[in-house]
Write a new protein. Structure first.
Length: 285
């Protein structure tokens, strides 16, 4: 059965930066989208952000369809029960395993048996999240990169019981959204964060030990390894709280001291300096 005949409506749980970005690319791809968040103000902010993003893309000639037509395919709700008409669920709330499991447990009771569940988690075990449902074979990781409308990758993570059909549907769905996919098995950090986060963590050790200042660390990596931005700047954009949480997942899940979160990274997080989103991280914004 063709993908488009299987999936017509995509539900996105979470109206933050990732959720709104996923909703946008799904609507751009022609799907009906329902974006769900328990905060009405969050939903309104997400739709305004999508509207601005689409206007910029249209102005630059990156999309052909007029933004109002794309926006017309996006509906908002604060109730999980309103998602019953969706064919595919993508969860994109913050990295809280207990809360994700609670949401998926509720959805499992609401949604028809054929509906696939995907989590946009950047590090939490897909197999454990799937255990909160009665459909682990229809549960998968679908890790978009930030900012979603710009970044070209979706990292697909297969849980212990994920079926081949679920993987193929998710791959085709990602490609229809204009993304390239890579596939990871369900180990801490998957592919991208297993490699990226230890580099960022080591940059914090380099800063903490006084080997160089932040500007020189970033300039050295940016110009010396041809990265678009240095690791400390990147950490500020990702969110230092998110980086710290992922390092803890790597350290706990793999049990190797090389994944120990840098004490300086923890200090920034303890101070509430999460990066660009709070106006203060390694740098001021």
């Amino acid at each position: 059965m063709a993908l488009t005949s299987q999936i017509k409506t995509i539900a996105v749980i979470g109206a933050g930066q990732m959720g709104s970005g996923i909703a946008q690319v799904a609507a751009q791809a022609g799907f009906q989208v329902i974006i769900c968040d328990n905060r009405s103000e969050g939903l309104n902010k997400a739709v305004l952000g999508i509207e601005k993003s689409l206007a910029k893309l249209f102005e630059k000639g990156k999309i052909d369809e007029h933004p109002p037509a794309i926006l017309g395919r996006i509906k908002k709700t604060t109730q999980l029960s309103d998602l019953v008409s969706a064919d595919f669920i993508i969860e994109a709330i913050h990295e809280n395993e207990a809360l994700k499991k609670e949401i998926f447990s509720q959805l499992d009771k609401i949604m028809p048996a054929h509906v696939t569940f995907a989590s946009n988690t950047s590090s939490l075990p897909i197999t454990r999240l799937a255990s909160a449902t009665s459909r682990p074979q229809q549960f998968i990781g679908m890790h978009f990169m930030n900012p979603v409308p710009i970044m070209g990758l979706v990292e697909i993570i297969r849980g212990h019981s994920t079926s081949n059909e679920t993987y193929e549907i998710t791959k085709l769905l990602s490609e229809k959204m204009g993304k390239v996919t890579v596939c990871s098995q369900d180990y801490p950090g998957f592919i991208v964060n297993r490699i990226l986060m230890p580099m960022i963590n080591e940059a914090f050790y380099t800063l903490m030990e006084g080997i160089a200042n932040a500007e020189d660390i970033d300039a050295g990596m940016k110009l010396g390894t041809n990265q678009p931005m240095g690791p400390l700047t990147l950490a500020d954009f990702i969110g230092l709280d998110t980086c710290y949480a992922i390092m803890k997942v790597l350290h706990d899940g793999l049990g190797d001291s090389k994944y120990r979160p840098c004490p300086l990274l923890k200090k920034y997080v303890d101070a509430g300096h999460f990066g660009k989103k709070t106006g203060q991280g390694v740098y001021k914004y």
